[in-house]
Design a protein around this ligand. Structure first.
Ligand SMILES: [Zn+2]
Length: 258
């Protein structure tokens, strides 16, 4: 099976480069439209973080409570749907089995191992590769220093994307287990940041990291913004599009996990 984690084949050689990466959380049915837009532009610099303990789950409260919208669904794919190839060619990584508040398990390491490592085990079973990355369920605010250290001790996970704060710049993460993205696709500054990134003449490595949940594209009608962004980044000669995991693999010797 092809290793979906590694997409660009880039090698580090000391030359400063510009990297673009995206991610989407939760494994919801709107990912189908997102992956189609990516495929249309031959863009694979994106990672999907999924909850394999919640296959087929419907969370009807998300649309009304977050956006006041009954028509914005939050329904996860079933395992059978995923096995039809929705994520073929894309990097899939951990978002825990059941999306809990992980800090609850700081004194129950076996539960923490199960939530994080169990999701990784399922992803390996379905996709054929062992995950090294995750995104924090409910954001990094639901994790403590103990949570982070225990995950490193008990599992193979070495990076985790944050959500509570965005950098609005192109700086590399200082520690991979607290990887702050540049912005969310739902932020209107995305286009302006893309413009800045395209103009940037880097004297050091730079990364533009845009994250989202695909159901937010329904809520804010940002499919056009996504398509524009992917077109611009994949069309720029000096921008390298990488999955989150490929970025981690390229920089793991220089940036600590924690
Ligand atoms: Zn989530």
């Amino acid at each position: 099976m092809k290793d979906n984690r590694i997409t660009s084949g880039t090698v580090r050689d000391g030359k400063p480069r510009k990297y673009f990466t995206m991610s989407f959380d939760d494994g919801v049915t709107q990912d189908r439209r997102v992956t189609q837009i990516c495929r249309d532009h031959n863009f694979y610099g994106v990672t999907f973080f999924i909850n394999t303990g919640l296959f087929g789950a419907n969370w009807p409260d998300v649309g009304p409570s977050q956006f006041g919208r009954d028509d914005v669904t939050h329904i996860r794919f079933t395992e059978d749907e995923i096995r039809t190839g929705i994520y073929d060619g894309f990097d899939v990584q951990v978002h825990t089995l059941h999306h809990p508040c992980l800090v609850w398990y700081d004194d129950q390491p076996e539960k923490l191992r199960e939530e994080v490592g169990g999701d990784a085990d399922n992803i390996k079973r379905i996709f054929g590769y062992a995950p090294v990355g995750m995104s924090w369920p409910g954001s990094e605010l639901n994790a403590s220093e103990t949570t982070i250290k225990k995950i490193i001790e008990l599992t193979d996970i070495r990076y985790s994307r944050c959500a509570a704060r965005a950098t609005h710049d192109f700086s590399l993460p200082e520690q991979f287990m607290l990887w702050y993205p540049s912005c969310s696709l739902s932020e209107s500054c995305t286009d302006e940041l893309a413009e800045q990134f395209l103009k940037l003449k880097p004297d050091r490595d730079a990364v533009f990291y845009v994250w989202n949940h695909a159901y937010e594209l329904d809520a804010f009608d940002t499919y056009g913004r996504l398509e524009r962004l992917i077109k611009r980044m994949s069309g720029a000669e000096d921008v390298i599009c990488v999955s989150n995991t490929e970025f981690y693999e390229l920089f793991k010797d220089e940036i600590p996990a924690y």
